[in-house]
Every structure is written in structure tokens, then in C-alpha cells.
Design a binder for this molecule. Sequence first.
Ligand code: FAD
Length: 436
Amino acid sequence: MARDRAPRWRNWAGNQQCAPAAVHEPATEDEVVRIVERAAADGRRVKAFGAGHSFTGAALTDGDLLDLARLSSVRHVDHGTARVTVDAGIPLHRLNDELAAVGLAMPNLGDIDRQSVAGAISTATHGTGIRFGGIATQVVGLRIVTGDGSVLACSPTEESEVWHAARVSVGALGILTSVTLQCVPAFRLHAVEQAERVDALLERLDEEVDGNDHFELFWVPHTGWALTKRNRRTDEHPDPRPTWRALRDDLLYSNVLFGLMCRLGRMRPAAIPRLMRAVPGSGPVEYTDHSHKVFASPRHVRFYEMEYAIPREHAVEALQRVRDHVRRSGLYVSFPVEVRFVAPDDIPLSTAHGRETCYIAVHVYRGMQFHQYFEAVERIMDDYGGRPHWGKLHFQTAETLAPRYPEWERFQAVRRRLDPAGTFANAYLDRVLDPL
Ligand SMILES: Cc1cc2nc3c(=O)[nH]c(=O)nc-3n(C[C@H](O)[C@H](O)[C@H](O)COP(=O)(O)OP(=O)(O)OC[C@H]3O[C@@H](n4cnc5c(N)ncnc54)[C@H](O)[C@@H]3O)c2cc1C
């Protein structure tokens, strides 16, 4: 099914848009193959999108755009190995519910669950937890439609070089049609969320990172406070917050009131420091719930984001430099700076490749200027060999990125083999991976 003269496509944040020649909604792998074959024969480019939650132009095209919302079923559950094969377009929230129904779960998740599986792995989406990798590390098999319309089934034992690279591909290798994930038995998380003094926290940061299954902090700009989240994996029964408290914490405080503050701050930036002092004001929160209900929460306030992956050992110094910069520059920042930790992996384009990683993310409210702030933070992260999240804003190019990825050339070799004509290229890939 295709919609010609398609309307403009926009991402979630509204900062990226394109006018595709056609939007297709394939429901089967065969349909994807036919679309790619036709486009390749006519010299058109092809991109797929999942939930459009990337802030970069990763999914943009003036060619054929594939909306994978109809390619979104759970195909197979292997209870013996806890492996699950799903269509590439399935949203994480639906997958989480279906896994819970059969007693399984994803080992780790990011802070929302709206993304598609393919979109999430393609940009190296991650959560936090120094003993856990990003979502792409859970991929044990995948099927991909390549530049000439062939379908490759890939795993560590079949087309292993393609599997190795395609777990994080920024959409450059082809269209993923299905993914097999290594899941784990369902588990609960005991969550503690509170405000703490940031200086004291940074003095014992290593202890917190190593001593908690999933630790993250949000430094509140213009204050000496951080909001912390500590999640402990447990077999205890759920003891969730009453519905009214969950609604108050996750919707009223984190979205309605925070969104109001952001709007006020956008109208009167000089008021932002005073507004930020209200952020750490809510009391501690403690509860136990199914893992996916704790990892992910609703995010209705729209923003622009940049996130950098640096070696874990530089976390404190890098964050202190970001704090210093905000203090000295006179910038008004109305979004907390998020700090997370992830285990190393071996995926060529993973931002956590080969090193224990600290992720530092900066945000601004939608419609506000981000260049000055993000460029300054990027310069700090450059000093630590920082790797930008593929789905979040940054100013790097293939020239500056290649030396930061030891297996860059290994990825490029797979790309040249699978997409020699550049069918899956776009302006973003030309910039960050070089034109083919
Ligand atoms: C509110 C919010 C919260 C976020 N939280 C986190 C977080 O906690 N951790 C984190 O790491 N990131 C986070 N992100 C970033 C987000 O996870 C990534 O940008 C992710 O790529 C979005 O998934 P998507 O399904 O929307 O993909 P899209 O943005 O639609 O696409 C991303 C890329 O994947 C490609 N792609 C999509 N489907 C396919 C396919 N089937 N085959 C080949 N290529 C494909 C697209 O072409 C594009 O290049 C967040 C973003 C937002 C807006």
C-alpha cells in the first residue's frame, strides 16, 4: 500500500522534516522487498522509520519512506532459550506487554518505550546499568533487505559479519524486517527516586554506579541538586504506587508542571534559574513494579537533545565541566542534565563499543536555541573521545567520528557490500558515515 504525493513527514520533536516521494506501509517482508527492488531499479532512495523519535535527520528521505507500523507482530517465542523473534516495526511498549504475558522481559530499557525495536537498535538506544549493554546487545538474529532486494538472515553463525555490524547500523545497511532478541525471565525492579546534593553524589559516584543495578542522575542546572534513580532487580512481588501517586509523579509533576515551567522559561529565560529551584522540591518516591513499568515513563514535554558517550572514568570531570560552563556562560538551561552508565560491547557502531561508558545528555525545551549550549558541551566531550548518540543532535562528521570507532572500517566494508549504490543513504548518513 503506498501513498503517493505523501504529506511532509516530521519527527517527534518537530525539528526534522522531509517530503518523501511516497510513503509505503508494508505489512510483510515480501512487500518490503518489492518496494526496495522498484526503488533501486528507478534510482530512488529508501528509508524506514519506526516512531520518528530521533532528533537527527536519520530517517529523512526525498525518496520512498517505509512506515513499519503494520510490520509489528511477535512472530515466535522460544520458551527454552527465552529468545523472541519480532517484526522490526513493533513498538517497545507493545513488545514489553507481550513479553510480560509469557513471563519474559527485556533485560534493560531506555527511559521511554515508544520507539520501534528496529529504530531503537539502529541508533544504539540504551538505558542505564553498568553491568548491562544497550538494547542492540540483546540482538541474536535479524533479517535485512539489502540494496538489491535480497533478504539476508543473519546471526552469530549465519552471515555473521552482517549480523555483527547490522545490530547498530543507523539504517545504512538495509531495511530490517525482523529481529530476534535474547530476553530474560520476567523480573521486578525496586525503585528509589529522590533529590540529593550533587557534589556529595559525585564524590561517591563509582560506588553508586557499581553498587546499584541501574543508577542514573539528573543534575538540575542553576542548583546544587541532582535527582537520582536507583533501580534494584528483585523477585519480590510488585508493590506499585497507588494510581493517584503514579499519575501525580509521572504526569502532573514530570509533564504538566514541568511543561508549564519550560513554557514560562521560554517566554522569560531570565526566570529559568528561579524556576529550576522548584524541581528538586518533590519528596522521595519508592515502589516495586514489573521491570518495564519502572524503566520507562511517559514523556509529553517535547525537547531537543544531544547525548554523548564517554569513557566512564571521565564522568565526574566531564560533568563538572558542563556545570562550570553553564555557570560561566550565562546560559539559561531549563532541562536537567542526564547521566547514565552502560557496559561495554563489541558492536562496531555502538557508542559503548569497547569501553565502560558514561552517557551525558543535554536538552532544551522545543523551540529554544540549542546551538551555543550543545556546541560548547560537544567541545567538552571531544576531549574524552566522545561518541554522539546516532539519534540525537550533534555536529560531528565522518572525518571526526571514524577515529573514535575502532571497527569503523569493518562496518564500512559491510555497508559497501550490502548497499553499493547508496539506496539507503540520505544527507545525515552522507555527513556522519560519508557518501558511498
Ligand atoms: C522522548 C524521548 C526519549 C528517548 N529516550 C532515550 C533513551 O532513554 N535512551 C536512548 O538511547 N535514546 C533515547 N531516545 C532516542 C531514541 O531511542 C532513538 O532516537 C531511536 O532511534 C528512536 O526509535 P524510533 O523507532 O523512533 O526510530 P526512528 O527515529 O524512526 O529511526 C531511527 C533510525 O532507524 C532507522 N530505522 C528505523 N526502522 C528501521 C528498519 N526497520 N530498518 C532499518 N532502519 C530502520 C531509521 O531510518 C533511522 O535511521 C529518546 C528519544 C525521545 C524522543
